[in-house]
Design a protein around this ligand. Structure first.
Ligand code: SF4
Ligand code: SF4
Length: 140
């Protein structure tokens, strides 16, 4: 079988975007967050997650908040209404290396406040144990 030309490959990818994926990447925005350090930072993330359509994830060491909200320029046919004038962030998205149908593998991912609070409680418990161990070692 001959290798698809770049045109047919692009057409195939666009079809996948429109028909199968239904333009998932046009249905959310992400905003990077400073990594939480203090109680107030963790509490703020917990508050973000108390809202609908919000997730928080960590990629490597970078924290992000994901807001699931459809782009105003996405048509009912899952096409971009301003394709020739779309923002750079959309142009730079590499559809050939898109992981669809898999979701990106994140180091950490929280969809709910309960998930985050449980992780945060475990983290604090680990830190308490570490501090206790260090204090104990310092006394010996
Ligand atoms: S680039 Fe990937 S996530 Fe975006 S619409 Fe196409 S298949 Fe879906
Ligand atoms: S501007 Fe177009 S390509 Fe960019 S998110 Fe909106 S619909 Fe998608």
């Amino acid at each position: 079988m001959s290798r698809p030309t770049s045109d047919t490959l692009e057409e195939k990818l666009r079809k996948r975007c429109q028909d199968r994926c239904k333009a998932r990447c046009c249905r959310y925005i992400t905003i990077s967050l400073p990594a939480p350090r203090q109680k107030a930072d963790f509490d703020e993330i917990s508050w973000f997650l108390a809202h609908e359509n919000i997730s928080v994830y960590v990629e490597g060491r970078r924290w992000h908040v994901e807001v699931r909200n459809r782009c105003k320029y996405l048509t009912r046919q899952n096409r971009c209404r301003i394709y020739n004038n779309r923002p750079d962030v959309c142009r730079e998205y590499d559809i050939e290396s898109c992981e669809y149908p898999d979701r990106p593998a994140h180091t950490l991912h929280f969809d709910t406040r309960d998930e985050f609070d449980a992780w945060w409680a475990r983290k604090r418990a680990r830190e308490r144990r570490r501090r206790k161990r260090r204090t104990h070692e310092a006394k010996q």
